[in-house]
Design a protein around this ligand. Structure first.
Ligand code: FAD
Length: 644
């Protein structure tokens, strides 16, 4: 049957990429159809029920700044929030939340069901309708033909998916879900360049069988410490439109660890490991290795921390983060029970690895439209990435560009100095992947300006122009932006007369007394000078109250944060920009033949390994090695300048 309604955008797959793609296209006014295997699994987290982390949290905030769902759904489903790297500079601070997977899915589904211009339909897509070199729709398992002007494919780990547990394997998209075999075959027929990757997940445990007294409690930020001390930090919030009041009850995670016995048990299963016996051909994520890979690669380590993360408020299920494995079940059983607190642990679901098809992202245009078939866009794990956040960001991006194509407008291509999304897209389409790609702050050469805290300042105006940002978000953003600019101007035009400032107060607030007039903004640049102390100096006599706390209202904290960061970091940001520009001029710079890249610790481990393997002759050659980012090049240049 040919379905009577024709769509602008069809999104295939209701995972993290698909849901953001569908919501974005619909928000931009396109008639959008989300076709997915199962409506019950919309927004399902295939692995760890956690959102964010370093680099990943940055992407989530960017998706949010463009009106996406992931951050606000996490605020509604998050049962433990933490700010990682909170003692480090703002560029690398990142939000991470443990989510209740049921509440998270419900929050995503509610948004999908209430989104105007969006239709949901449950069916497997087995085929694409292609006329000439253009896609014109999708065909489902029972032969329903849906016509559309564009198709966004977000099939995740499902294309020809194969699950491995020990030497046993079977076809599946993830545990409990069918694979997409016919669609995979059709894509191969269309001669889109593809390969195989793999990822894995740990066995899940029944919390009732864990002896928590043998584990170490890890409360989240904004929660009382394990000994009952009141929280010293506020409860973090993910969305620029969120608030801590949206969060459900907050609970702790726990920590246990592997030991020599665990490692022996793991080693005893190597001969039945699908990874080590060559049953798995796909390459796995280096930064999320299976426990057998860790024991094999880091043989000298006698213990690894394992985080016991609750899967939700209404379940006893626990996710043991750190023991992802595809070893046979008898080994899984024994290795779990070898750890403190888990001596009697009952496994609810076995761990497994999954191999799946991905498509070489170098065959995509910068808009994520395939070069071979007009109107067909790819986003998410299918492009060789790993992670919910990377998928959501790509989905939003592909949804935007499919919608723009329907509107007859050119693609939106964020630059590398505008967003992590720009870094992600550029890395994928120019360098491709050799292993599942995940985001790190080290991939961004302009990371000082690509912070979580200013994602809205960087992107919400663009989002509004594209039609992604609703009135409520726009009003809140405009108030914050205007307050930041008013307060910055006020600090720049408020001068401190040294004669009116006591030596004692000057030393207390500014570190030392001042000798001539300074404006408050310049004083704020000084290390150790904080905004509240500065504006309270001299009983606030220097504060003209043009912007009072009342005017700033509830935005006060984020507004102050922006003003303070602008004052303290603008010098570093300018220097970083100059450094990146200089690096581009060093194309022919010869690299020392005897350089030991593994010792260049400022570079990421991945960059060190790749440079050590390829041993490029010039900086230009180094910059073209897949996985070597402009950020790595500028760090390498600094190392060489220091005589390294
Ligand atoms: P998915 O979330 O996989 O969603 C794909 C969606 O498409 C599903 O809803 C599916 O039903 C639907 N679909 C597929 N084919 C069709 C079709 N033909 N017709 C209709 N619907 C279709 N990430 C990490 O960051 N860390 C990890 O440790 C980690 N471990 C993982 C372990 C496992 C076992 C798995 C499966 C994934 C793991 N991931 C991990 C990856 C993470 O789950 C993905 O990166 C993320 O879910 C990708 O999002 P996506 O939207 O691209 O695809």
């Amino acid at each position: 049957m040919l379905y009577p309604q024709e769509f602008d955008v069809i999104v295939v797959g209701g995972g993290h990429a698909g849901t953001e793609a569908a919501l974005a296209a619909a928000r931009m006014g396109c008639a959008t159809l989300l076709l997915t295997h199962n409506i019950e699994t919309l927004g399902q987290m295939s692995c760890n029920p956690s959102i964010g982390g370093i680099g990943k949290g940055h992407l989530v905030k960017e998706v949010d700044a463009l009106g996406g769902a992931m951050a606000i759904a996490t605020d509604e489903g998050g049962i433990q929030f933490r700010i990682l790297n909170s003692s480090k500079g703002p560029a690398v601070r990142a939000t991470r939340a443990q989510a209740d997977r049921v509440l998270y899915k419900a929050a995503i589904r509610r948004r999908l069901e209430n989104q105007p211009n969006l239709w949901l339909f449950q069916q497997a897509v087995d085929d694409l309708m292609v006329e000439g070199d253009r896609v014109v729709g999708a065909v489902t398992q029972v032969g329903i033909r849906f016509r559309s002007r564009t198709v966004v494919l977000t099939a995740g780990t499902f294309l020809d998916g194969k699950i491995h547990v020990g030497l046993n394997n079977y076809s599946a998209g993830r545990a409990g879900d069918p694979p997409a075999v016919s669609l995979s075959a059709r894509l191969k027929e269309l001669k889109l360049p593809q390969g195989r990757l793999k990822t894995g997940t740990p066995p899940r445990l029944d919390g009732r069988s864990i002896d928590w007294s043998k584990c170490t409690e890890q409360p989240g930020d904004g929660m009382p410490a394990a000994d009952g001390t009141p929280p010293s930090t506020p409860l973090p919030v993910f969305s620029f439109m969120g608030s801590a009041a949206l969060h459900p009850r907050q609970i702790s995670c726990w920590i246990t660890h592997t030991n020599e016995r665990t490692h022996e048990i793991i080693r005893s299963g190597f001969d039945r490991s699908p990874m080590f016996t060559g049953k798995i051909e796909g390459v796995g994520p280096r930064y999320c290795p299976s426990v057998e890979d860790k024991i094999n690669r880091f043989a000298d380590k006698d213990s690894h921390q394992i985080f016991l993360e609750p899967e939700g408020l209404s379940t006893h299920e626990v996710y043991p983060n750190g023991i992802s494995t595809s070893l046979p079940f008898d080994i899984q059983y024994a290795l779990v029970r070898s750890m403190p607190g888990l001596e009697n642990a009952h496994i609810l679901r076995p761990g497994y690895a999954i191999e799946y098809d991905y498509f070489d992202p170098r065959s995509l245009k910068s808009s994520f439209e395939t070069q071979q078939i007009a109107g067909l866009f790819f986003a998410g794990q299918i492009n060789g990435t790993t992670g919910y956040e990377e998928a959501a960001a790509q989905g939003l991006f592909a949804g935007i560009n499919a919608a723009l194509q329907c509107r007859g407008e050119g693609a939106w291509l964020p630059a590398r100095d505008q967003a992590y999304l720009g870094v992600l897209v550029d890395d994928l389409v120019t360098q491709g992947v050799t292993e599942p790609y995940r985001m790190f702050t080290s991939r961004a050469e302009f990371r000082l300006q690509l912070r979580e805290d200013n994602a809205d300042m960087r992107l919400t105006e663009t989002g509004r122009r594209l039609g992604l940002v609703d009135d409520a978000r726009w009003d809140a953003f405009s108030r914050k932006r205007d307050a930041v600019s008013r307060e910055t101007e006020r600090l720049k035009s408020t001068w401190v007369n040294p004669k009116l400032l006591s030596v004692e107060e000057g030393e207390r607030v500014l570190g030392k007394a001042i000798e001539h007039e300074h404006n408050l903004f310049d004083l704020l640049r000084r290390p150790g000078v904080s905004y509240p102390a500065l504006v309270g100096m001299n009983g606030g006599a220097f504060v003209d109250n043009a912007v009072s706390r009342e005017t700033l209202g509830e935005l006060a904290a984020p507004v102050i944060e922006q003003v303070e960061i602008a004052a303290k970091y603008s010098g570093y940001i300018d220097r970083q920009k100059a450094e990146v520009e200089r690096a581009a001029h060093y194309e022919h710079l010869k690299l020392p033949a005897d350089i030991d890249y593994l010792k260049v610790t400022s570079l990421s481990f991945e960059a060190r390994q790749k440079l050590a393997r390829h041993r490029p002759e010039t900086l230009g050659q180094a910059s073209r090695i897949s996985g070597i980012t402009p950020a790595s090049i500028s760090l390498l240049l600094i190392h060489l300048k220091k005589g390294g």
